[in-house]
Design a binder for this molecule. Sequence first.
Ligand SMILES: Cc1ncc(COP(=O)(O)O)c(C=O)c1O
Length: 461
Amino acid sequence: MDEVMINRRFADYLLLLTSEDPVVALTTGHTFGTWKKQKGWNPLHIVDAEGCYFFDVNGKKYLDFSSQLMCSNLGHKNKAVIEAICDQARKLPYISPAFTCDVRAELTKLLLSVFPKGLEKFFYSTSGTEANEAAIKIARLYTGKYKIISRYRSYHGSTGASIAATGDLRRLPIEPSGKVDGIIFAPDVDSYRSPFGVEFSERAIASAQYIDYMIRNEGNVAAILFEPVVGTNGVLVPPKDYLPMLKEIAEKHGVLLIADEVMSGWGRTGEWFAVNHWNVKPDILTTAKGITGAYAPLGVTATTREIAEYFEDHFFAHGHTYEAHPLTLAPAIAAINEYKRLDLINEARRKGEYLGKRLNDLMEKHPSVGDVRGLGLFWAIELVKNRKTKEPFYNSNDKLLGKPSLLGKIAQEMMVQRGVYINDWLSHFIIAPPLIITRDEIDEGVNALDQSLKIADREVV
Ligand SMILES: Cc1ncc(COP(=O)(O)O)c(C=O)c1O
């Protein structure tokens, strides 16, 4: 290649780097980026994805170490799921939910085989938010009561009742105008941080007892809404007695248990659903995300036969145009069959042990790592300025004010320098790779984190 040619290539390359990508410009100029101030948003333009990797417009490859938004559990471009969508699109892309179709029956039969026993009637929607909206409405209609107990470290969705029942910072900007009556918050079950001093298992029991106290003193409590393993808010795994105790308390008072398994379901924790770890049967279970491996937007609200029977003679006051949409049901059937064929639930447990061990080893090396916790292929690493004081690098206020975050900087460095995508939220990273991940890919992700954590180590005081 002569020098002129080389210079021309270099000039083209520079142009590529500096010119504004029209896809990015149209995206940021005319569509909203979520949960942020809009100024400064500069999304990466992605053009392809395969297995545990995705690729940007410049051909750069990234390991997906968080399954996008903890939803791409099957990895990218699963052939069976794609085929199911294409076949359904050719056969029957849409029919009103007032009718029925083959995939509605087939998925229902499959769900009966994987959901915790006793959950027998389903409402199909298109997101986790909608699944929780339906759950709250059903609980209120069925019990005739209106209060819902949620917890501070929680996220349950972005609209109406589901954002009102969200305990984290995302609820704050919609108050007071978006406030929904009757949502009350109980203490969290967090092994690392707590407003109370005592040991974790005692704290968890005290938290459950406090819910008992709330129910007795509030009156009118319809349901307790909880993430069995809290997701975005830090992968908080309860100790063994907490959920069985919550079940006992709920039963004693005739209050329903609504398990939000939008993120924790579909093998993420090494069980089909996280409640299975404690053998606790909720009255209502909600899920979305992994049910289709994120190939199509499907939410499910599952109820017991008892709740279902109530609506035999009472008006079921709920519904959507795209409820039970065939293009969301068909990929769910294929996805569940893939979870089974590839034995991914057990794989998540096996590989999760390895991932957990590797992440725990990082704690030895990095003074900025305050805590490592998780279950299955669902882990959080919490960073702190100081292990003794547990002072976080970033908090909810910083996020609401749009301040730059150190964890965001580390995540960015991992993307740019090491080709690894990892999800950060406030003071922790969420490590939740596709369940098909290999040991080598786990090593690739953890090694990248190992390198990039040096940025935080330098800020430790
Ligand atoms: C536990 C939990 N519930 C509900 C939701 C809302 O689901 P969606 O974003 O599909 O509306 C999420 C989303 O992250 C979640 O993690």
